[in-house]
Ligand binder design. Structure first.
Ligand code: GLU
Length: 450
C-alpha cells in the first residue's frame, strides 16, 4: 500500500480505536485508492485523506419521549454530517437498538462516496438513534419522532442537510419527522426531508427505488457477460423495503427470487416469490413480526431451514445480501465460493466483512459488485425528490424511473471505465471507490483547505 495511505490509516485506527465498523469501512475504501493517490501527489500536501476521514460535523443529542403508559424514555440521537463538498449533506436515519457512533460514522463515510457516485449534487451524512420502533404504537413512534426532530431541525434544511429513511425509519416515521420540522420552522420546506409520502411532497418511486436500482445495476453486470436477467434465480437476505423492490423488479424482468432469508432462517421457494399474493403476504408478515419469515413456508408449502442463511445454496445464479452489515463473514464467503455461483451483488450497506470480501474478489470465477454502487438508487431518487420539491411540482413514475435507470447505468459504466483506466481490469469494487473518491477529492481541492 502507498505510504501516505498507510500513514493516514494507522492514525485513523489509533484515533478511532473504539469504532470497529467505522474502521472497517475506512480500510475497505482506502484499500482501493493506491492508483489515484499515486497519480496525485498534491493530495498529500493538502492533507486530503486526513480531512476526508474526519466528519465535518457530528451532532449527538438527547431524545426524551413518553410511552403510552406515561413513562419517559431517553434515547441518544445522532447526525454525522460527513462531507458537503458536492452538495447539501444527504443520507438516511437509522432507528435501531444497535445504533452507536461507530455505526453512524461507517454509514456516513460510505454515504459520502455513494452520493458522489450518483453524479448528483449531494454530500454525505447519516444519522439515527438507538430507539427501537418494533412493538411501539403509532402514537409512541410519533412522539419519539417529534422529540428527535425537535433537536435535529436546527441542523438541517433543504440547502444544508436532507435526512431520509434507513432501517427502522420508513414512510410513517418520515411523515412524523417532516411534520414536526414544518411545524418548527413554520414553512413548507419539502426539500429538508426525503422519502415523504406522495401526498406530502414525496417522489412516487422512492419506496421501490433502492430495489429497482439494484436490479438495474445487476442488469448491466449481466449484459457485460452477454447474459440477461430473464430466467435467472436469485437468493437474497432481508425482505424489507429493499428486498421487496428487488423481488418486484426481478419478477417484472423475468427473473425470480427463489431463496430469501430472515433473522430466523431461510425460505426456499423454487417457484419464486412471483405472485402478488406472495409479495403481499411478505409485507403483512413483516409488519406483524419482522423477526420471523417461517410463516411464508407454512402458507405456501415450501421449505424453511431454521437458523441458517441461504449463502452457499447451489441452485441459483445470483446472491444479493440485502439485510444489514456483516451478514457475510469469512465462513459464509467460503460456502459462497464453494457453491460455484458467479454473481455476488452486495445491496445492504457493508454486508460483507473485509476478509470475506477479499476472498470473494480473489475468485477468478466470480463477479463482485459493491453496495455503495448497487444500492445508490435509493438516495438518487431522494435527490430527485429534492429536485422536484425545488421546482414545486411532481414528476410521474415513468419520468423518475427513466432517470433512475440512467443514473444506475452511469454508476456502472463509470466504475468500469475508471478501474480499466487505472489498469485494474474489470473491478467493480475498486472502480466504485475510485469514482466516488475522485469526485469528492476534486470538489474538496477546488474549495480550498479547511
Ligand atoms: N438510507 C439510504 C441509503 O443508505 C437512503 C438515503 C437517502 O435517501 O438519503 O442510501
Amino acid at each position: 500500500m502507498n505510504a501516505y495511505i498507510e500513514r493516514v490509516l494507522e492514525a485513523t485506527k489509533k484515533k478511532n480505536a473504539s469504532e470497529p465498523e467505522f474502521l472497517q469501512t475506512v480500510e475497505e475504501v482506502f484499500s482501493s485508492l493506491e492508483p489515484v493517490i499515486n497519480a496525485h501527489p498534491e493530495y498529500e500536501k493538502a492533507s486530503l485523506l486526513e480531512r476526508i476521514v474526519e466528519p465535518e460535523r457530528t451532532v449527538e443529542f438527547r431524545v426524551t419521549w413518553m410511552d403510552d403508559n406515561g413513562q419517559y424514555h431517553v434515547n441518544r440521537g445522532y447526525r454525522v454530517q460527513y462531507n458537503a463538498a458536492l452538495g447539501p449533506y444527504k443520507g438516511g436515519l437509522r432507528f435501531d437498538p444497535s445504533v452507536n457512533l461507530s455505526i453512524i460514522k461507517f454509514l456516513g463515510f460510505e454515504q459520502t462516496f455513494k452520493d458522489a457516485l450518483t453524479g448528483l449534487p449531494i454530500g454525505g451524512a447519516k444519522g439515527g438513534s438507538d430507539f427501537d420502533p418494533r412493538g411501539r404504537s403509532d402514537a409512541e413512534v410519533m412522539r419519539f419522532c417529534q422529540a428527535f426532530m425537535t433537536e435535529l431541525y436546527r441542523h438541517i434544511g433543504q440547502d444544508i442537510d436532507c435526512p431520509a429513511g434507513d432501517l427502522g425509519c420508513g414512510g410513517r416515521e418520515i411523515g412524523y419527522l417532516y411534520g414536526q420540522y414544518r411545524r418548527l420552522v413554520g414553512a413548507a420546506e419539502f426539500g429538508a426531508v426525503s422519502g415523504k409520502a406522495v401526498c406530502t411532497g414525496g417522489s412516487i418511486l422512492r419506496p421501490e427505488a433502492t430495489g429497482y436500482g439494484a436490479v438495474y445495476y445487476l442488469r448491466e453486470v449481466l449484459r457485460h457477460d452477454g447474459e440477461e436477467l430473464a430466467g435467472k434465480r436469485i437468493a437474497i437476505s432481508g425482505y424489507g423495503n429493499v428486498g421487496w423492490g428487488i423481488i418486484k423488479k426481478a419478477n417484472e424482468l423475468g427473473a425470480k427470487v427463489t431463496y430469501f432469508a430472515g433473522p430466523d432462517g431461510y425460505i426456499h421457494d423454487p417457484d419464486g416469490v412471483s405472485t402478488e399474493e406472495k409479495l403481499n403476504f411478505i409485507l403483512e408478515m413483516r409488519a406483524k413480526d419482522p423477526m420471523h419469515c417461517e410463516p411464508y413456508a407454512k402458507k405456501f408449502g415450501c421449505e424453511f431451514v431454521p437458523g441458517q442463511k441461504c449463502w452457499g445454496v447451489k441452485d441459483v445464479d445470483i446472491y444479493m445480501p440485502a439485510a444489514t452489515q456483516n451478514d457475510v463473514n469469512l465462513e459464509w464467503a467460503k460456502k459462497i465460493v464453494d457453491s460455484g455461483v458467479k454473481y455476488y451483488i452486495e445491496v445492504a450497506n457493508m454486508p460483507t466483512t473485509n476478509d470475506a470480501l477479499e476472498l470473494l474478489r480473489s475468485q477468478k470465477h466470480m463477479v463482485v459488485a459493491p453496495s455503495k454502487a448497487v444500492n445508490a438508487g435509493g438516495v438518487s431518487v431522494s435527490e430527485l425528490e429534492m429536485a422536484q420539491n425545488a421546482e414545486r411540482l411532481y414528476w410521474t413514475a415513468e419520468e423518475v424511473d427513466q432517470k433512475l435507470t440512467g443514473i444506475m447505468k452511469n454508476i456502472y459504466d463509470s466504475s468500469v471505465e475508471v478501474a480499466e483506466r487505472y489498469g485494474l481490469g474489470y473491478d467493480l469494487v475498486a472502480g466504485a471507490n475510485l469514482v466516488g473518491f475522485q469526485r469528492v477529492a476534486d470538489a474538496m481541492m477546488a474549495q480550498g483547505i479547511f
